[in-house]
Design a protein around this ligand. Sequence first.
Ligand code: SAM
Length: 294
Amino acid sequence: MLINQPLLFEIQTKRIFPKPFLKWAGGKSQLIDQLTDFFPKDFSRYCEPFAGSAAVYWHIFSLREKGKLSFTSARITDSNAELINTYRIVRDDVRALIELLAAHRKSHNKEYYYQIRSLRPGRLTDIERAARFIYLNKTCFNGLYRVNRSGQFNVPMGSYKDPAIFDVDELVTASQALQDVELAACDFKDTLNWAQAGDFIYFDPPYAPVSKTSSFTSYTEKSFGEREQIELAALFRQLDSRGCKVMLSNSWVKPVLDLYKDFTCIEVKASRAINSNPEKRGKISELVVINYAP
Ligand SMILES: C[S@@+](CC[C@H](N)C(=O)[O-])C[C@H]1O[C@@H](n2cnc3c(N)ncnc32)[C@H](O)[C@@H]1O
């Protein structure tokens, strides 16, 4: 018993920093150290308009906690309304959410998964929607988010033996990190209504395809095609002329490099595990664009 005491003390005093609690296609966790090298040194507010699992926000928040960055407030947005509702509930009602998640974990099996999947989010309370979203995210095939034309989630169940579903510390830490964060379910173009000179905006859109056969990942009912990539580059330029600091990730492909040729284009290396052909797995080049001195 006595032998365990120092260890227990160490665990209790160890500071836990937030990290993604969702599985998300294109999540930036593995690139975070490379991206950190290119963050601006000072800015007033932070915005992440393609939040997904918000890997970059959690990291930026942790850097501020460690005294390595300072900013006054943050805004996290995404066009996926179910995702943003989940962040809102994690921010405002995390204890009750954990209770609902514990009930999902207790009942989890194949029949239960398809029963929860078939529920219409519009007929649930916001907290039930958030618990359903996290439960499906952690038990579905590869953590994919895909909906049919009527907006109904349609990913089959994954084959996990004992899916974790949630971690109390992780959710409570995320809740604390979201306390002063503005959340909105909206299109990326809404950033223009918010941004002011001195703000830092990080764009992580659905990537442009690297080959003719690769298709865009369908995160929501609407797809993100060439038109949206052009509109995003136009927004990047508008924010640049407004005096904002802007960073963007995308595929290292000529059409995208052409769109950002007036800015600093940096090549970073990412591991891609999502290719079904094992020979094509490995490091691939990705683009990071910034409009300020690195
Ligand atoms: C590459 S993922 C972002 C991943 C995120 N950086 C992370 O670490 O998990 C792209 C995100 O863009 C969102 N999205 C797609 N189209 C959008 C649009 N028109 N406006 C805003 N968000 C959009 C998707 O819902 C998805 O969460």
